[in-house]
Design a binder for this molecule. Sequence first.
Ligand code: HEC
Length: 147
Amino acid sequence: MYRTSIFRLLPLLILAVALVLGGCGRDKAEEQAPAATQQANSAEANQAEEVAAGDPVKGKELFATTCAACHGPAGEGVQGLGKDMTTSTFIADQSDAELLAFIKVGRAPTDPLNTTGVLMPPKGGNPALTDEQLMDIIAYIREIHVD
Ligand code: HEC
């Protein structure tokens, strides 16, 4: 009698322990990662506040040479390479200074905020771009954004 009920309960106990352990581990990782990203972003955003607003005409050319390969000639995105920028709520929510900080670091596939599993390289893979040129690109990105 007694032995049968223990054997029936055992799988349930193991399942319960596994759920509790698994749940705790995940919460911790989720709490820590975005906090670290936010700190890095705001530190860079503060530095960027002194950068003047960009020129969208120059930005369009720079976008065509560095960003269009992955994000499409008009920022509409390329499947498997880069996201659509024209309808991005992430872009809409960022200030120019925050976007500048973001573009300088990019977004690794392992970043919890990554949505496609594909790398957004720092400065779009063109380390020669200056803050001023990135601000030109941001001015252009604002023009093609539809919301
Ligand atoms: C090698 C391909 C590649 C290049 C080149 C590239 N990007 Fe990206 N970019 C990506 C990918 C992939 C993502 C989406 C990452 C993700 O899944 O979250 C992304 C995301 C972004 C985002 C965030 C969009 C969102 O909605 O989350 C911005 C802003 C951005 N890129 C700007 C740029 C700019 C500006 C350039 C040019 C200087 C550039 N990218 C060049 C691949 C690229």
